[in-house]
Design a protein around this ligand. Structure first.
Ligand code: TXA
Ligand code: MG
Length: 360
């Protein structure tokens, strides 16, 4: 299959391009498009054959359900059998935007979309291209992140192309996405509601409106696995072996510095993924070892600009991994605001390799 890539303005998308993409979706084709979080891979949510193509193109297991994108809050009742007051409150406050609500599903939503679960995940995206597309298509659009399964989420059309060229019909290229991390998923099929995936909308923002909301435990229990299957699988898995470092930044920097020396001495090519400030502190150590070309560094934002960190994070991870490093040492941005979502992605990529550094 030939994948067409069409440029579209992020602020004022050309209606002719949107109409063409909407028609492709209505016909059951796959269209990758930008949202404010990451690029999505869209298909007609009520057309099972179209939805199946998403799983095939991504090589995604059928046990991992998809988010359904709708044009406005009024369409919730077309997809869900209940819309609790607190879910409505969040929707009114944060839609269109990086919030996904899990609600009991209507029979019209195919089981394939929800991986057989009785609930459906719904979201109204705010990106102008995404909004124009769902409005013009006039159908709900199932869309996971437009990456190959277990690859980092795509924040540019080039990332989508790298993972899915030849497997999908169309990519709408509107440049880099604004937020850079996926939506926050809040599960209202349980009481109290649970944040299943931290994301572009912060836990603090949700908590301020719905004080009884809880954050899912880091380690998914069997029940959680059943309720949010995608969270169990090893997401964002880089080729390199990634270790996440946590603790006070100066202590973390010291430990990473020591571990870089050891790894390079052992003949390994090392990657460091960290906020700019940490990399600056590591510069002398990197200078001492980099002469052999054994250290690659990629910054994501800074300790004082976590929003930029979110925007840059996935691209930095992809790029570092592609540089051929054997190991990646990543420093945690913390757990406040958007940092919680970055830390979540890092801990998944680390697959359990988390080093908590304490001052000696
Ligand atoms: O920002 C985003 O949410 C992006 C853009 C494209 O909208 N989409 C996205 O989709 O990140 P995806 O498929 O990569 O991640 C969605 C996650 C899945 O891993 C799955 O665990 C969860 O949402 N999910 C979807 N439907 C669910 C359901 N019915 N019950 C529980 N979890 C669900
Ligand atoms: Mg994904």
């Amino acid at each position: 299959m030939k994948t067409r890539i069409v440029r579209v303005d992020a602020q004022q998308p050309d209606p002719a391009v949107i109409e063409e993409a909407a028609a492709a979706l209505r016909e059951g084709k796959l269209v990758a498009f930008p949202t404010e979080t990451v690029y999505g891979l869209g298909a007609h949510a009520l057309d099972e054959a179209a939805v199946q193509k998403i799983f095939d193109a991504k090589e995604r297991p059928a046990t991992d359900p998809l988010i359904v994108h709708i044009a406005h809050v009024g369409q919730v009742i077309q997809c869900a059998t209940a819309f609790p007051a607190n879910a409505r409150k969040l929707a009114l406050a944060f839609w269109a935007g990086p919030l996904t609500l899990i609600l009991p599903k209507k029979p019209s939503i195919p089981d394939l979309v929800t991986a057989g679960l009785p609930n459906v995940a719904l979201r109204v995206p705010s990106h102008r291209v995404a909004r124009a597309l769902v409005e013009t298509a006039g159908i709900p659009i199932a869309a996971p992140s437009a990456n190959r399964f277990s690859r980092p989420s795509p924040t540019t059309a080039a990332h989508v192309k790298a993972d899915l060229e030849g497997r999908i019909d169309l990519i709408l290229d509107a440049g880099a996405t604004d937020i850079g991390l996926e939506s926050t998923i809040v599960d209202f099929s349980v009481d109290p509601p649970v944040v299943r995936r931290p994301g572009g909308l912060t836990f603090e923002q949700i908590h301020s409106l719905v004080p009884d909301v809880v954050l899912a435990a880091g380690q998914a229990t069997a029940l959680e696995a059943q309720l949010a299957p995608g969270q169990l699988t090893r997401h964002y898995a880089p080729r390199a072996v990634l270790t996440l470092y946590e603790g006070d930044p100066p202590d973390v920097v010291k430990q990473i510095g020591a571990d870089v020396r050891t790894a390079v001495a052992g003949g390994l090519k090392v990657g460091i993924l960290a906020p700019e400030d940490d990399l600056k502190a590591l510069a002398p150590i990197i200078a001492a070892t980099a002469s052999a070309g054994r250290v690659e560094v990629r910054p994501y934002g800074s300790r004082s600009d976590v929003e930029r960190g979110a925007r840059e994070f996935f691209a930095a991870l992809r790029d570092l991994d592609a540089s051929g490093v054997a190991v990646i040492f990543a420093s945690s941005p913390g757990t406040e605001g958007l940092a919680l979502a970055i830390r979540d992605r890092l801990s998944r990529a680390a697959d359990g390799r988390i080093k908590t550094v304490v001052q000696s």
